[in-house]
Design a protein around this ligand. Sequence first.
Ligand code: XMP
Length: 511
Amino acid sequence: MQEKILVLDFGGQYNQLIARRVREHRVYAEIKPFRAISTREIVEQGYKGVIFTGGPNSVYDPQSPHYDPAILDAGIPILGICYGDQLIAHMAGGEIRAARSSGEYGKVALRVEDDALFGGVPTESVCWMSHSDYIAQPPQSFRVIARTDKCPCAAMCDERRKIYGVQFHPEVLHTEYGKQMLNNFLFAICGCKGDWQMDDFVQHAVERYRVELAGKRVLCALSGGVDSSVAAVLLHRAIGSNLTCVFVDHGLLRKGEGDFVERTFRERFEMNLIRVDARERFLSKLAGVVEPERKRKIIGEEFIRVFEEQSQRIGKVDVLVQGTIYPDVIESGAGDASVIKSHHNVGGLPDAIEFDEIVEPLRDLFKDEVREAGIRLGIPRDLVWRQPFPGPGLAVRVIGEITEDKLAALREADAIFREEVAAAGADTMTDQYFAVLTDLRSVGVMGDARTYGYTVALRAVTTDDFMTADWTRLPYDVLARASSRITNEVAQINRVVYDVTSKPPATVEWE
Ligand code: XMP
């Protein structure tokens, strides 16, 4: 059986990060909401260890999440982090108190004792804290194994039951030895071997789908983005010509993108690829529409319609492939985060099409793991390392009404910006960079003539997860060259500005 760790989710903000850090040690980790799995199921499913995550609550709040105390005697090692630590203390009879003053936030000096969890960790180091409540008295069978100036119990353990709790966040890079601590928990305490490998994943998935999907007609919507590309190539390797990919060209792609996708999949991978030229259809539906969410809705719906028509042409489809990845699964499961922007490529699609089954081959993978799988499958680096591009494409980068003329201007400006960033090697500094055609026109001068042209905004962001982002400090020279070329080469544009806003308060895209 594949060895695995359970990350039991109590609503903390770093849960995905915890799972990812575990997987970085080549141990497979799954995140489950605490309500979704019982102690008995945890035991039956053979987890090698459980990590209780942080959470926003106080254990004394009646609304706060609690868990079955039997887990403490189930014979499975446990590591509680932040709220998870306090919850363990509470369940085992310790005492939690509200912070006397302001709590502890940010980098804090940590002093640890000799313990299995802290093997290879110096006595004094820095950890990352974010809490107001604290453990005033650990439960009877536990001993304190770390302290900070404000926190009398920054870590505790019950060696006999292999239960550990840390008030700080080992998963956050600001905790200097966090990686070592997780390593100790996984290998010294849980006895993991660390043999989870991407090659195995790819090979197992290919073999599994070859058997499960034998003789079935399988359809995949290919966007040219990393996720759907990797999903398609993986299934193509398993079932070859029984897979048909449909690539809807909605006319909202970047310069040269449609041809690139077609070349890659038709020629390099010899897939059954249908490229649907739906440019006019989308443009006419979007005519006169200015409101961003309406644009997204129209594109999402039209996409379904085009796809549906194609699938009717193909005939009965047995299986639909989706490029859902792990963060999509978790985000859609969380439920209470407010909708900032509706991402049309999550959900939506299946309702309209008749098929028996959905296959999501990347459902268990994080983005970087999807990329690794892509490389193992022989997908070109250019595609695997592509920067993210929103499903609704340039529609959310043309502010206001979308016209062919505005799209053409944006496509050129965006291509120039990307060329200049790449030519200077600055693409390694930034995680996403693009141009936005604002709806603003302003006065300029060219030769002796007055111009009245569009303002283009350049945007480049640095981020780990796109939930928060900072604007990238691109070199002035790069911005200068891009600006000069754009205003010279794109007739409709006479002004270039650089967006220096982080997220929050702004978002990455302008719409
Ligand atoms: P925001 O603008 O929400 O963007 O800060 C965060 C990341 O998501 C991408 N994005 C989208 N991706 N459909 C997508 O597939 C969408 O509707 C959409 N809107 C934003 C954006 O490019 C950035 O990477």
